[in-house]
Design a protein around this ligand. Structure first.
Ligand SMILES: [Zn+2]
Length: 211
């Protein structure tokens, strides 16, 4: 079974993909992980990817797709993909790659989370300027505003500020809206209400798939 996870940043895609992968007994593959793995192994593709990453540039789709092609060969029973595709062109290329291997995408899970929920979730994080520890709402150190190991005052990272999060969500919606339509037309899209605890959301996925 080949499954793609869609959803805005902070929707819990990675968490849900991991749980579902365990349940279906197929691997969870994130585009970031396969790049890091290739770099670590020092394969020719990994070395190419590394040269882009070192310069802080985006790794070209062609390299990611080539790595995915290898994964399709390795993982005969399928996988759950998270972090790719991010736009229509990548979706078409993923389809082409699967077709070349006589496979097809079975399902796209679209986690629906409101902008407010994402902003609330992602902005409720404080970071220690000294050791980099991250504290979430509910942690004693978050409430006190002081790092438990260094005793210094915590701060909110630029990336965790509501205005920056809103911009990231906007970018996501602009590039993935066409993707949602594309998969809807193909009849593989399944909308999943993504608010609530990770356990509640997972239960909705399990119900929706009739597992
Ligand atoms: Zn600290």
């Amino acid at each position: 079974m080949y499954i793609v996870m869609l959803g805005p940043p902070g929707a819990g895609k990675g968490t849900q993909a991991k749980k579902l992968a365990e349940k279906l007994n197929i691997p969870h593959i994130s585009s970031g992980d396969i790049l890091r793995e290739a770099v670590k192994k020092g394969t020719p593709l990994g070395r190419q990817a590394e040269s882009y990453m070192k310069e802080g540039k985006l790794v070209p789709d062609s390299i990611v797709l080539e790595l995915l092609k290898n994964k399709i060969e390795e993982e005969k029973r399928g996988f759950i993909l998270d972090g790719f595709p991010r736009n229509l062109q990548q979706a078409e290329e993923l389809d082409r790659t699967l077709r070349e291997k006589d496979k097809k995408l079975d399902l796209v899970l679209n986690l629906l989370v409101s902008e407010k929920a994402v902003v609330d979730r992602l902005s409720a994080r404080l970071t220690c300027p000294k050791c980099g520890s991250v504290y979430r709402k509910g942690d004693a150190s978050y409430e006190r505003g002081v790092c438990e190991s260094c005793g210094v005052r915590l701060y909110q990272r630029e990336d965790d500020k509501p205005s920056v999060i809103k911009k990231r969500i906007k970018t996501y919606l602009e590039s993935t809206h066409p993707l949602v339509d594309y998969y809807k037309k193909r009849g593989v899209l399944r909308d999943i209400p993504g608010e609530g605890s990770p356990e509640e959301v997972f239960e909705k996925i399990v119900d929706s798939l009739g597992l």
